[in-house]
Design a protein around this ligand. Structure first.
Ligand code: TRP
Length: 485
């Protein structure tokens, strides 16, 4: 008999796929991917991002869901017990702690941005954008960013929705809604793309996103593309591990990872194409930053037949996509806390979300009173929001990801890995996967991160080699010791 998680299992394979895809597809795809692609120059950035999804993201996705399903526990305990079962120290559980902290950090600003889509949902439903000129649409966005009460209101409402959903429990809270929302989102993106092709400039969008010019790619862009590949697949902070614990036995982790990654990437590319077609068709600036989606799309909705209706539907779906992602940022921590202390689920959720909510105030203020001359500017040269985003996405997620890859690749008992990998499928690609975990991820991520932080290329390469070799040596030493003992 397979163990079941105490938080309830997901009986059908589809539910796991939907929940994982619900976590993966979110603001990262619809809002963030287009705007960072715009900021970092298009084609070459997209290519690096796609490579890192395939070489680092998918293998890590398999590893995380594997660890979860193997143990059926929330991440921190899952890591500790799997480490013990493999004859290793419990120190690996720190990956879970790192993830917990990072999850709350991400949730703090995620909720603020998700709040924008609620504001737009209301605006669209009221017909506020219908027939609006480009200037009016831009002024509306600036008006929202300038209003602290409005930002706080929507941030608070969104956070309450998160609390409510998690408090209801895994299956009831997460499972049902996503089933409807995901296909609806897909269809609406296609509608937008068709509209963009007719009224906007689709060839320009295609050229921008897919013609590769590496001379435009800064070191920063590598770090951001890599970080985003973790962010968009919800990797690097043990979320997929937590969901893996609810995954039924007898289902192939490999195939599932492929399906989720494909869906996620497709949504991002569709959103990017639709948005850039409209951006270039309306003479907007591709590098406009975080406001890109919130300015370009309303302009299209303003002119489109039934624009207010489509617009309202779109921002409703954005809000739902954000909700199904946001819950995954706290669910693992809630699950751990409940397992560990028996605290009531609702209470744990409220406390954690209240903390993230308060931290979110720094992001709210980043767009108005704190937009310049703060401590964050002095230390990091950016607003609080940009600093949080950079720290969590581009540093902590890759760090968590590398540690997870090293743990699974070098330290977990190979037989456990093999059995889980084979379950519901075949061993095809297993050596390649192991190589990706053991070598490509740790070395690649270390290299990109260190050079991106300004470390000399040769020094970075040396560190990358030491990380991989060190893990290899350390793991074989310990294996010997446990065998002798
Ligand atoms: N993947 C989500 C998005 O693209 C964001 C997200 C949800 C996330 N849960 C996560 C990112 C866990 C990292 C880790 O919007």
């Amino acid at each position: 008999m397979t163990k079941q998680s105490i938080h309830g299992g997901w009986n059908r394979r589809m539910t796991f796929i939907l929940a994982a895809a619900g976590s993966a597809v979110g603001l990262g795809n619809l809002w963030k991917f287009p705007y960072i692609t715009g900021e970092y120059g298009g084609g070459a950035f997209v290519l690096v991002y796609l490579f890192s999804i395939a070489l680092v993201g998918v293998p890590l996705f398999i590893a995380e869901s594997l660890i979860g399903r193997q143990t059926r526990e929330a991440p921190i305990r899952a890591l500790a017990s799997l480490a013990q079962a493999s004859g290793r120290g419990r120190g690996w559980a720190s990956i879970g702690w790192l993830g917990a902290v990072n999850g709350l950090l991400i949730l703090s600003f995620y909720s603020v941005i998700a709040g924008w889509s609620l504001d737009y949902l209301l605006g669209m439903a009221k017909g506020a954008f219908s027939g609006a000129s480009a200037e009016q649409v831009e002024a509306t966005f600036d008006g929202l960013l300038g209003s602290v009460p409005r930002l706080v209101l929507w941030h608070s409402l969104f956070m309450m929705a998160v609390v409510w959903t998690i408090a209801r429990g895994v299956q009831k809270g997460i499972g049902d809604a996503i089933q409807l929302m995901m296909p609806a989102l897909f269809i609406l993106l296609l509608v937008l793309l068709v509209y963009g092709a007719i009224e906007g400039d689709l060839p320009a969008a295609l050229g921008f996103m897919f013609s590769v010019d590496f001379s435009k790619l800064s070191l920063d862009a590598w770090v951001v593309a890599l970080g985003h590949s973790f962010y968009t697949l919800s990797l690097g902070m043990a979320v997929i591990m937590a969901y893996g614990a609810y995954m039924p036995a007898g289902v192939s982790l490999v195939r599932t990872a492929g399906i989720v990654a494909l869906t996620d990437t497709l949504v991002a590319l569709l959103a990017g194409l639709a948005i850039f077609a409209l951006v270039f068709g309306n003479g907007l600036d591709a590098s406009a930053g975080p406001g890109l989606m919130f300015v370009s799309l309303p302009m299209a909705f303003a002119q489109m037949p039934f624009g207010s209706l489509f617009g309202a539907a779109f921002f409703l779906l954005v809000a739902f996509a954000a909700l199904s992602s946001a819950i995954s940022l706290v669910e693992p921590i809630v699950a751990f806390w409940v397992e560990k202390t028996g605290i009531a689920r609702t209470k744990a959720t409220v406390i954690l979300c209240a903390f993230a909510w308060a931290l979110g105030m720094a992001t709210v203020l980043s767009f108005n009173h704190w937009s310049s001359d703060t401590l964050f500017h002095a230390w990091f040269g950016k607003t609080a929001f940009d600093s949080f985003d950079f720290l969590s996405t581009n540093l902590l997620l890759p760090l968590g990801g590398v540690l997870t890859a090293l743990f699974a690749g070098w330290f977990v008992l190979p037989q456990l890995l093999k059995d889980q990998y084979r379950e519901g499928g075949t061993l095809t690609g297993y050596p390649l996967w192991l190589f990706a975990l053991r070598v490509i991820s740790p070395a690649g991520v270390s290299l990109v991160l260190l050079t991106g932080l300004g470390v000399n290329l040769w020094v970075s390469a040396l560190v990358a080699a030491v990380v991989v070799l060190g893990a290899g040596v350390l793991s074989s030493n310990l294996t010997l010791k446990t065998r002798e003992a």
